[in-house]
Design a protein. Sequence first.
Length: 269
Amino acid sequence: MDTETESRRDGVWAQPYELASGQTQHHKLGHVRLWVTLLDQEWQVRSETRAPETDPVGWTESIGHQLPHTSVSLQRFIREGKSSTVTFIPAVANRPTVIRPYHPLTIPGGTRCTIYVGTVVWMKVCAGPNQTLLTEVPLAVPSLTWVGRNTMEGELCYSSSSFGRLVLDALPKRAWRATTPVTIINRRTEPLLLERFSLPTPLLSLHQNERGQLWTPGVVVEVATDMNSASLHVDESLLVAAGPCKQVAPAREKAARGRLVRAIDRVFG
């Protein structure tokens, strides 16, 4: 029997894995395949993203001696001392992420709604007890889009491949996606048509619950009478539905104190 098949198990975030020199750890999660190899003087990381044919659910890892085809890209890193552990840390996107509701949604004046969104995380490959960063691997091919009133005013964002949902249970839970509740408050008298909005992903920390799911704090967007700007802030706590969680990664960027006021077209543009 294939020894790699025997040792296949679920992958886990933020847990050190011990490798012996010559061994390769193979990960399958989503459409990404990752191989981490330990040699006497170096670490080797290989990865590839495959064309989506189905919607995978799980994350499995196995340790053996099998390497992929030579066409798979290779990165090499000097091994620090006798470090033999590798840890995989999730990271939010380094740009804002544009989210679309399942269908365009109208928020009447004076009302609010909460949309649950899932964003793809990056995998940080870290070596040794100090978790020295070797490389980052996006767990989906990021697609770029522009948000702003014109080509000169705005910002470059990632475009999410999944839709925001009004019902939490309708949002697919995956090991490589983080769930964020977004509350939009329309304080105007006129309705607000929500076709897409920009989630400030770099401001969000990552937390893992007892089921291995990743969550971020909630985001609140408030549109007042002035249609030229919207205020935004990140909650300090997690949604109760996430259950007990532990933080596994800080936010990439530190949020300013208080509310962040942004041009409306950079939020809903």
